[in-house]
Design a protein around this ligand. Structure first.
Ligand code: HEC
Length: 119
């Protein structure tokens, strides 16, 4: 009996905590990224749509772990050198502000994994 419980409880916990986490990640995404990356009005747009960015990054880094690693690297130190979107994007919108110190690194990683799954 005890043995069954030690299997069931962690599984249950993992299930509820990941589904709660997914909800809060959407909220976090809305709060921290969507204001710039989900604008569609051409007059208001301030950054490339996230869907387009994810598609470019997935072409170079199809594996989730590698994708997360490279996007994280960019968000902590945006530069033309680190950019996959390239010079045209940066000239059009200006360089993205670094997220270093603004959002904890583990939250950033979870957010990046989230956009990988979302798009
Ligand atoms: C204040 C507006 C703003 C916010 C908020 C913002 N970004 Fe950006 N982001 C930009 C702009 C502008 C660019 C295009 C210029 C560039 O690539 O640096 C960009 C580019 C990017 C790129 C492409 C980098 C490249 O050039 O290869 C990624 C990936 C990205 N953002 C992810 C995110 C994520 C994830 C979040 C939320 C944690 C976020 N951004 C929040 C403005 C923003």
């Amino acid at each position: 009996m005890l043995r069954i419980l030690t299997i069931i409880f962690p599984a249950l916990f993992l299930y509820t905590s990941t589904s709660l986490y997914a909800e809060s990640l959407e909220a976090l995404y809305q709060k921290d990224c969507a204001m710039c990356h989900e604008l569609t009005d051409p007059d208001l747009i301030v950054a490339p749509p996230m869907k387009a960015i994810v598609s470019v990054y997935k072409k170079s880094y199809p594996q989730k772990e590698v994708f997360v690693e490279h996007v994280l690297k960019y968000l902590l130190a945006p530069s033309l050198q680190n950019s996959l979107m390239g010079e045209k994007t940066i000239n059009q919108f200006g360089l993205m502000i670094s997220q270093k110190g603004a959002i904890p690194e583990d939250k950033l990683k979870a957010l990046i994994a989230y956009i990988y799954d979302k798009y």
